[in-house]
Design a protein around this ligand. Sequence first.
Ligand code: AMP
Ligand code: MG
Length: 325
Amino acid sequence: MATWVDIDLPSIPREEGDELLAAIETELRRFDRDYYAWGDGELAALNRALTDAGRFEASVELAALVESASTIAELTAYAFDPGVGGLVELWGFHVGDPPIEPPDTGAITSARREFASIAALTVDGATIRASPRAVVLEDGRAAPARRFKLDLGGIAKGAAVDRVFDLLELDAVEPALINAGGDLRVVGERADRPWRIGIAAPRADGVLGVIELEAGEAAFTSGDYERFYEADGERLHHILDPRTGYPVMHTQAITVIASNGTLADAAATALFVAGPDDWQAMADALGIRHVLRVDASGSVEMTGPMRDRFRPAGEADLDIIAASD
Ligand code: AMP
Ligand code: MG
């Protein structure tokens, strides 16, 4: 997932921590392999199988994540759509160092036609199927009408953070802070004071302000300052509007708080795409009450509940800065 994961376990002895951290690292490496569409893990296998045979027997874990992603895609009118993988690859944002030239418009149009939306999938137990619309039969052969490149990059980090959360809970380790490159979730409560999270300013050093998190909450940020390049004075970055095939230009950053990492991660990506007129209704549809949005001009707007938690910058004693790394 091209990020560091930092885990703070202030309450347990060093030797115990080392063993636990080794187990967590193994899990994170598994996520990194299995949920990267361009590697050789399970998601890559799913994409091949759906394109070739229109069907894949997934692990229970992957099936559950695809199911969550489908639900969120539906609730966001496909502003969040992991089916954008073909476009992500065309733009070059699937690798750490994106190219410096944008693709041409013809290629973007073809990629939008060629690759299927997650709407074309149904999940039944651990069986994932492409709907008949997405696969046509020719001469008795299954021929893919469309290719699948599901990219779970907008949600898998949240699932990984939740997995670490579950492992810590299983061992009754708390308090703890799980920080995946500025996307985070807290376990339990600190003894001395509430968890205090700074929210990074997208275009400057320092923070916009500080929020407090309650036990178990996750705060995830999607920003245009994570993977991007500049062409003709425009910042072209890794969050794409599935409806146009182009990077979203109306937003610099979205931070959300949710009760788990998977929802927080997908919601931040979705609300980033939603834009000035739709983000509040979309947050409601997702059941997300705490949202902070920075628009293209740098203006900050928030939901009421977020405003209640937010204090302006300058606060000392931050646990961590929430940011899109
Ligand atoms: P995040 O940093 O969580 O907002 O996720 C951004 C990543 O999600 C990108 O690097 C792409 O891999 C993928 N992505 C880009 N646009 C979308 C979208 N509209 N819906 C779902 N995933 C997307
Ligand atoms: Mg996300």
